[in-house]
Structures are given as structure tokens and as C-alpha cells.
Design a protein around this ligand. Sequence first.
Ligand SMILES: C[S@@+](CC[C@H](N)C(=O)[O-])C[C@H]1O[C@@H](n2cnc3c(N)ncnc32)[C@H](O)[C@@H]1O
Length: 374
Amino acid sequence: MKKGNQRKHETRDSWHVSPEQKRPPPPKVEPPKRIKVPPMPAVTIVPEPGRWLWTCRAGFEAQLWEELAWGKKNPFLLGPGLVSSDPFTGENPLPQPPTFARMGFMISDVVRTPADAAASLPDEPTKVQVWVPDTDVANARSGEAAAWEDTIAAIRAEEGLVDPETPWKASEAGGWLGQVCLIGPGVAVVGRVRARDAISLSAGGRARMKRTQDAPSRAAMKLDEAIDWYNVTPGKGDLCVDLGSAPGGWTRRLVERGARVWSVDPASLSPDVLKLPRVKHFQESAFDFTPEHPVDWLFCDMAWRPLEVAQLLGKWCRKGYAAQLIANIKLPMKDKLPTLFRVRHTLVEAGWKQVRMRQLYHDRDEITVTARRV
Ligand SMILES: C[S@@+](CC[C@H](N)C(=O)[O-])C[C@H]1O[C@@H](n2cnc3c(N)ncnc32)[C@H](O)[C@@H]1O
């Protein structure tokens, strides 16, 4: 990681806060005890109807499993990218739904043909999504998933059912997302979830964002997905601070959406981004930066220690520097869950409201956090 965290005394603090407010104590709440994750089964196990099926980024099954175990949901590792659990209601030490889940639904059936899948889906308006877990082996069967989806759509049309064309239309109309997960060749787990309650409207939670030709970094796609998920868009007239902004993918996207951006990073911005209107680069550590006046949005994609980043974001809330937050928190450590628990508590203790955390499709060893101050 880059060395950029040498905090100096603040000199531009116009809010006149007491010294003890400047460095918050670490959160007092301890994370739940660790639970030993069982080994991954050699062959994918078919889950039982009545349980929930969850999918996650391949390699993060243990995190999802432990999160569900913390919530006492009796999780079971099924195979790469797949975990099952008891029905998902009630309390959980981490936010609901689980941070590491891309999609989840109640299993109604396990079937072997598209016709059986169609018979198991609701007669009410349903956008049917057939998907495979996001692993190399399963992705090789995505052609089979597309063929199932076409056959199911044809069967439903023959039955005279009128389905919404897109998941977004299903959500607007209060309809269902029919879920068909091909967990192995010719074996599918079927279920449904109200589109409005779904973790994601994208099949299998894979919210692919379009890569624009002139974006300076792939990080821009992470931001687009995060904004879609938050469902409020920074726009014309908004003032955004972008912490850890170089080379400038997020800053560019925010400007393209009409916002003004104070872009903070000790590293250089790409010359294209520097040339954009409404961008001001503060070439300094985010730990030293103090805004001249409160702003609308705080964005943060700093490659720095998660707990220190969380404390910095907490300070921004306590001091009323920003109204809304979208941050990407890096989690390179093996034990991610205790860190995530502390990050969440730091943000909540600092006063951030509606704190949501999710490993989005474009997130790798990291998660996205959104929150608002009021
Ligand atoms: C993943 S990159 C950000 C990419 C950026 N969001 C984009 O779209 O181009 C992480 C950045 O965090 C910056 N960083 C690390 N420590 C920092 C600090 N203390 N203050 C500000 N930026 C920091 C690094 O210089 C690096 O540019």
C-alpha cells in the first residue's frame, strides 16, 4: 500500500471542534466469536427445498458462510460460489442481507428439465432469470443457461402468461424474479423472490457495467454499480469529494454526471481528468484534507487500512462535512469479517445512518459501503 497516511495537525478546520473529537476512539463493541468454516465439498451438493440458496463471488464462500453462521442461519457450503442456509429472517451481527451475498432466494424445487422449472415458477408476472454460479467451470455452461431461459419463456408464453420484459419492470410492477440456478449439468435449483426485495436485479447478482472507451480506469465501473445500488445519483450542482481519487476514474464519472469534484490523492490524476471542467485536485493525503465547507457527497476509494479509513469517514459524519457516502473498503486480510464488523460499528457510532455494505459484482477483495448523515 502507498504511504499516504501521515496525519498532520489540521490547519484548515473551520468547524472549531474540541481536540478530543479529532481522533475518535476505536469502536468498543467486539465482533462475535469466529466460527470454524468446514472444508469445501469435493463435488457440489444439491440443496433441499425450503432452504435458501445464496451465491457469492468465487473464493468468498467462507466469508458468506461465517456471516450466515453469525446470524445463526445454519449455513452449508454447497460448492464454489454457493452456500445454503435456513430461511433468512431475524437478527444478524452484520447487515442484512449478508455483505458477501450477490443473490439469494428460497428454494421451492430441484428440477432436471426446463419444463419442470417452468411448472415450479409463479403464474403471476415473473421475470425469469436462469444463471450459473460465477466460476470458470460453471461459466462454461452459460450457453445451457441461455437455452433453459429461452425454453422456459416459450412455455410461459404458450400458457398465456404475460411477463415483464426486464427485472426493473418486474420491480416497478411488484412482480417476481423467478430464479433458476443451474448448479450442475442438467440440475437446477428453482425459487422466486419479489423483485423489490431482491438483493440484486441482475441474474445471479452479476451487475455488469458498460466500460466506456475513454474512462481512465476500470474503477469507474465499480462506481457506476455502487451508484445504481445506492439508487440516488450525484448530479448537476452537487459538490462531491473523492478521496483516493487517482488516476481519476471516479472523478471523471462524477463530472460526467454533472457534479463538481474535489479530488483528493497524493498521486497524480490522469492529464485528461485534470483538464475536465469542475475538477479541483488536492494533491495531499485524505487524512490531511479538510473541506472548505460542507459538501453533498463523500466518495472514497482509498487503498488504505480499512479501520483507519472507517475512522476518517466517521470524522466526516461527526463534523457534518458530507451528507451522503459511497465508499469502497479494501479487505486484503484473511480474516475479513471481524474487520468488517468494526468498520460498520465505527461508521454507525460516528452517526452515519442507513449503513449498507455489499460486495458488489465489480468488487474484488473489497466491499462497497453506502450511508447518509440524516
Ligand atoms: C484504487 S486507487 C483509486 C482509483 C480511483 N477511484 C479511480 O477511479 O481512478 C486507490 C488510491 O488511493 C490512494 N491513497 C492511498 N492512501 C491515500 C491517502 N492517505 N489519501 C488519499 N489517497 C490515498 C492511492 O494513491 C491510490 O491512487
